[in-house]
Design a binder for this molecule. Structure first.
Ligand SMILES: CC(C)(COP(=O)(O)OP(=O)(O)OC[C@H]1O[C@@H](n2cnc3c(N)ncnc32)[C@H](O)[C@@H]1OP(=O)(O)O)[C@@H](O)C(=O)NCCC(=O)NCCS
Length: 220
């Protein structure tokens, strides 16, 4: 199963898979937004941009990972290229995103909302295993810069989960990101997403407990 960068021909199938895997991009679950994001990723390959890696099995897409590089500056440029789509995202997200777009992209990292988690702490009462949680409070999803990529979503078709597909998608994405100068990748993980936590833990991400969710970060 080979992983590769998204091409324009993949877009209709990828949008369907994203819907099936419960994707959300900029907190939107609309197929229209997914389509705009995919088109944007195919059109622009240098930061600030989206980077999307897909994998296929028996000529059908089996998984994808969507990352964006460039923080608030990227979203401003995206809104200029896709004003209707940006309007829909803004309407759904309300003032929170407007505030983020107005922020100075050179702002300092936001301090952690909680003290660092202790080693060997269990991140989730539902987890049957233990993570070593990183003391990485200086890092934030809101850190700016063209060298930081953020994972918008990673998804694998239900028929192919638990076979290392997600891990391989990340390996391929990291290669692509290194080629375009990215040195760090961040992701948010829901507290109850055990499969995602396991995958991020196994692929070497440092996982920080932010109380409501987990912040994962990795240096390339
Ligand atoms: C998260 C997701 C991308 C992982 O993809 P994947 O191809 O199954 O990933 P991998 O096979 O590389 O690794 C998954 C790990 O989770 C484990 N796992 C899979 N399903 C699980 C489940 N239901 N409960 C607990 N662990 C599970 C696997 O055993 C593996 O862990 P291990 O390597 O320690 O054995 C996939 O489950 C998915 O698409 N989920 C829905 C979308 C989603 O939640 N995306 C993540 C948003 S942050």
């Amino acid at each position: 199963m080979d992983c590769r960068n998204l091409t324009a021909n993949d877009i209709p199938q990828l949008v369907q898979l994203m819907v099936r895997a419960g994707a959300s991009v900029a907190r939107s679950t609309s197929p229209e937004v997914f389509q705009a994001v995919c088109r944007d990723a195919c059109a622009r390959r240098k930061p600030p941009c989206f980077s999307i890696v897909v994998t296929e099995e028996e000529e059908k897409l089996a998984g994808y990972v969507v990352a964006h590089i460039g923080g608030p500056a990227f979203w401003r440029a995206f809104a200029c290229r896709h004003p209707m789509i940006a309007g829909k995202i803004l309407l759904k997200r309300g003032n929170g995103l407007l505030h983020r777009l107005r922020q100075n992209p050179r702002m300092k990292p936001v301090p952690p909302s909680s003290p660092s988690a202790s080693p060997d702490a269990s991140p989730n009462s539902q987890c049957q295993f233990t993570f070593v949680l990183a003391d990485d409070g200086s890092r934030s999803w809101q850190d700016p810069g063209l060298r930081i990529a953020r994972i918008q979503h990673i998804g694998v078709h239900p028929d192919y989960r638990g076979r290392g597909v997600g891990t391989r998608l990340y390996q391929r994405l990291f290669t692509t990101l290194i080629e375009i100068g990215v040195t760090r990748v961040d992701a948010n993980i829901d507290r109850d997403n055990v499969a995602s936590l396991r995958m991020h833990h196994r692929t070497g991400w440092r996982i920080v407990d932010k109380q409501g969710y987990f912040f994962a970060t990795i240096d390339l």
